[in-house]
Design a binder for this molecule. Structure first.
Ligand code: NAP
Length: 280
């Protein structure tokens, strides 16, 4: 039987409706709307599009946004200074530094300039540690959104074998840790992994987080597996061979319309939470 297609937009809209209500409530208490500041460095068209999608979604969800755009020749210290200023600005609740940043910048240094209470994209070491240790902190948004999808489709990962392909600090590593916290048995794969096909073939849950079009072949997928494709490649192509995988999997995310919408919904929800905490 072909897979059920996970409707990321539907899951995101449920989160956004709750977030809109909470944003209205906190606006009454604060005397202003929750505010997300975005920082974009350079002119990468995809990054511009992602920032625009996020600020548009703020508007329709009852949040304010403030966009800061730095030129591609910006230095690390200039970017750090801007992020520090936003961290100290009491009218800003959350900060999103769009990544990847231009290669000459020390991205980690810029991330670490985000005050932990405003790290609504979950990119700082403090947020990562809190997530890994099960403490309070904001999740990296795409992994957080993937957990929302699993919850919405009632996937109980306890005891399941989960294979995460990709180990970036914002996506692969944290999603594996969140699955581990839910008692999955987690294997990470990466560019040096040998026999990727055989490892994927053992997975009850596959998370693809690579950025290589259709790297994961449908014939590798264990019948009945849950397949989450976080990859996004030009031409609306994911990291998973979609049609062939949908013939074998139980659940599958489409690209687009799977992981992407919940990523933005989690970002906005975390911004409203930051505003609530700041108002206490
Ligand atoms: P990244 O930092 O480039 O990491 C890619 C990972 O894939 C690395 O760990 C790399 O291994 C691994 N890899 C590369 N080639 C491989 C291969 N042949 N076999 C197995 N693993 C391989 O990318 P990212 O930022 O995590 O993003 C990954 C994808 O997710 C991209 O398509 C991106 O557009 C998408 N994404 C989507 C969202 C969303 O909201 N939907 C958000 C973020 C990212 P090494 O560590 O060994 O180099």
């Amino acid at each position: 039987m072909p897979a059920t297609i996970i409707d990321g937009a539907r899951v995101a809209n449920t989160i956004l409706a709750q977030t809109h209500q909470r944003a209205s409530d906190i606006a009454t208490a604060l005397g202003r709307r929750p505010c997300l500041a975005t920082v974009l460095v350079g002119d990468d068209p995809a990054s511009r599009t992602y920032v625009r999608m996020k600020t548009n979604r703020c508007r329709t969800t009852g949040l304010d946004s403030r966009s800061r755009h730095l030129s591609a020749s910006t230095t690390t210290s200039e970017a750090v200074a801007l992020v520090r200023a936003l961290s100290e600005d009491p009218s800003v609740d959350g900060i999103l530094v769009q990544h990847p940043m231009p290669a000459h910048l020390d991205e980690r240094a810029v991330f670490e300039a985000i005050a932990p209470g405003k790290d609504v994209d979950g990119v700082t070491q403090a947020s990562f540690a809190a997530m890994a240790l099960g403490g309070n902190g904001f999740h990296s948004c795409t992994p957080g959104g993937i957990m929302e999808l699993l919850d919405a489709y009632e996937v109980d990962t306890a005891g399941l074998r989960a294979v995460v392909v990709g180990r970036s600090s914002i996506l692969g590593k944290p999603v594996g840790m969140l699955l581990l916290a839910r008692d999955a048995t987690v294997t990470y794969c990466h560019s040096k992994t040998v026999d990727l096909d055989q490892i994927v073939a053992e997975a009850d849950v596959v998370v693809a987080a690579v950025g290589r079009p259709e790297l994961i072949k449908g014939r590798w997928i264990k019948p009945g597996a849950v397949v989450i494709d976080a990859g996004y490649n030009p031409g609306n192509i994911g990291d998973v061979q979609y049609a062939e995988t949908a013939e074998r999997a139980r659940l599958i995310t489409p690209v687009p319309g799977g992981v992407g919408p919940t990523t933005i919904a989690v970002l906005l929800r975390q911004t409203v939470t930051a505003a609530e905490v700041a108002s206490l």
